[in-house]
Ligand binder design. Structure first.
Ligand code: ZN
Ligand code: ZN
Length: 342
């Protein structure tokens, strides 16, 4: 099969690999669509310590089952739906060990033996990918593979909202209008926000935020604070950029919450006032990947709550992976996807 292969940091190619065969508890999926995100940039650049090279990246995907391992039970996710060749699925890419202390206490996303499709084992930027059947979710019929490949990033946003746990009527500020910021805008609006403001330097993306229902958009956070001098109840950083996170912290209302959602480089540092955290009772939260949020993400997508027309931009063949990657790097479009089987 054809696959994107990252042999080592900075060294990527589209080459040939043997077709995967399913282990007893696995499915082999013919990949319909696979999204590219910042994690893939980190894998190519070599600034993610968790990656096992050589690796086939790709963790945001959906496709069609072509082979079923011999120990896979008849229903996945549901009791009565049989998984056979032709079943359409999306796959949660995080592979929890189930044995460690964190897995056993309901924090599977923080598993001490971290593994993930497209990061530590071969992922879906290939014609085929082998996945544990327990990670596959049967898709509602009306969702296309391109739409369903959004389930993984939506489920990260859902987990972020679960962590933030906002109250109805809260005001929101979302810093960064990339794919994740735009998803969070939609979830905040649906979750009872009284106001959703968005700041980004990219005015095209700000316009998309407005199209999705954001109440105010600005390239300068201070302009947003002119209308909300006390700050916002819920502030979410979707950039992972240290000065932006410091700006986000400054925009939290007394008694409010900051969710650090964007992925900062591991060595990055921010400067926060502990006096302000104490005196203003600021809650600072993190949100890492997906936790019991894949099913809710499917429901949100299936109900039409996520505007897939805004979210889905370029779709390119596997051979164009380098071009797709540079589009993501430049912040061009919203979600860029690869269609490995055309
Ligand atoms: Zn991703
Ligand atoms: Zn574990």
């Amino acid at each position: 099969m054809r696959a994107v292969i990252i042999d080592a940091p900075g060294n990527m190619r589209v080459g040939s690999l043997p077709d995967p065969t399913p282990k007893p508890d696995e499915l082999v999926i013919r990949v319909g669509a696979c999204g590219i995100c910042g994690t893939d940039l980190h894998i190519v650049d070599g600034d993610s310590p968790l990656v096992c090279y050589p690796i086939v990246p790709g963790h945001e995907f959906a496709g069609e089952v072509v082979e079923v391992g011999r120990n896979v039970p008849p229903g996945i996710g549901t009791r009565d739906m049989k998984v056979t060749a032709g079943t359409r699925v999306a796959v949660e890419p995080n592979l929890y060990c189930g044995h460690c202390e964190l897995c056993r206490t309901g924090h599977e996303n923080l598993c001490l033996n971290y593994a993930a499709l497209g990061v530590t084992v071969d992922g879906a930027l290939a014609e085929y990918v082998a996945v544990p059947a327990a990670k596959a979710y049967i898709l509602p019929e009306h969702l296309s593979f391109r739409e369903a490949a959004l389930i993984e990033p939506i489920s990260c946003a859902v987990h972020g909202m679960h962590r933030l746990d906002p109250k109805s009527g809260d005001t929101f500020l979302i810093v960064g209008a990339g794919t994740m910021g735009l998803l969070l805008v939609q979830l905040a609006l649906r979750g009872g926000a009284s106001k959703v403001a968005v700041v980004d330097l990219n005015t095209q993306r700000l316009q998309l935020a407005e199209k999705l229902g954001a109440d105010s958009i600005q390239t300068d956070i201070n302009k947003l604070l002119e209308d909300e001098p006390l700050g916002f109840d819920c502030v979410i950083d979707g950039t992972g950029v240290a000065p932006a996170i410091e700006g986000a912290f400054a925009a939290v209302k007394r008694g409010g919450k900051l969710l650090v959602f964007g992925v900062a480089p591991a060595e990055a540092r921010i400067s926060l006032s502990p006096f302000r955290i104490y005196n203003d009772e600021i809650t600072v939260l993190g949100s890492m990947a997906v936790l019991y949020s894949f099913g809710p993400a499917i429901n949100l997508l299936s109900s039409g709550i996520i505007d897939t027309e805004v979210m889905l931009t370029a779709a390119l063949p596997l051979e164009d992976f380098p071009r797709a990657l540079s589009m993501v790097r430049r912040g061009e479009g919203v979600k860029t996807q690869i269609l490995p089987n055309g």
